[in-house]
Design a protein around this ligand. Structure first.
Ligand code: GRF
Length: 212
């Protein structure tokens, strides 16, 4: 069975979704750059190994990433899943895990990379928003896309209500993407495309607001 290491910085709800979904892989460890990340307690309660690599303990990004990679590699994972990991990773780190490092982002990439995605989507008046699981490349939030979920933006949405609607979908698509990876159903090709072993069909179109 393949194994993964999950990197978190905070709440850890995506991490929990991965633990609960048991996506045909072993969760070898959860690593956080913050000792106070709430997700660490969830992992510990389930008997998962946890490690803290505090970014403030290192002089620069390179030395932090080297230490982080050392901790990850000690578990010999097949894949590394970023789940709300709030550090920008160096090109060297990303290259080391090419095709093995995935991230969940709360927008329909390539729209709204970076932070405050829900507020920006509301500000722009988009009618459809969502989330994306992608392979990580040096280009921040622009790696090859594995799966996306779209949700409607409703007239009275606030950042919070929209975030909650998107988060529900994050918790569905991340376990799916990890399951595909661990079952060998998808991989990253030489030319940065996600190749699927069998053809996956989208279930249906979303129109927002709905047609009458
Ligand atoms: C999620 O919205 C994720 O998409 C983003 O950071 C948030 C982390 O939430 N990268 P959680 O820690 O998984 O609850």
């Amino acid at each position: 069975m393949k194994s993964i290491v999950i990197l978190i910085s905070g709440r850890g709800s995506n991490m929990r979704a991965l633990l609960e979904a048991q996506p045909h892989c072993r969760i070898a460890a959860v690593i956080s750059n913050r000792a106070d990340a709430e997700g660490l307690n969830i992992a510990k309660a389930r008997g998962i190994a946890t490690v803290v690599v505090g970014h403030r303990d290192y002089a620069d990004r390179d030395s932090f990433d080297t230490a982080l990679a050392g901790e990850i590699d000690a578990f010999h994972p097949d894949f590394v899943a970023l789940a709300g990991f709030m550090r920008i990773l160096t090109a060297g780190f990303v290259a080391r895990y090419r095709g093995k490092l995935v991230n969940i982002h709360p927008s329909l990439l390539p729209a709204y990379g970076g932070l405050n995605t829900h507020a920006r989507a509301l500000h722009d008046g988009v009618k459809i928003h969502g989330c994306t699981v992608h392979f990580v490349t040096p280009d921040l939030d622009h790696g090859p896309i594995i799966i996306q979920a779209a949700v409607p933006v409703l007239p009275h949405d606030t950042g919070q209500t929209l975030a909650a609607r998107v988060l529900r979908e994050e918790h569905r698509i991340y376990p799916q993407a990890i399951r595909w990876l661990c079952e060998g159903q998808i991989e990253l090709s030489e030319n940065d495309r996600v190749t699927f072993r069998s053809r996956k069909q989208a279930s249906h179109a979303m129109v927002s607001p709905g047609l009458e």
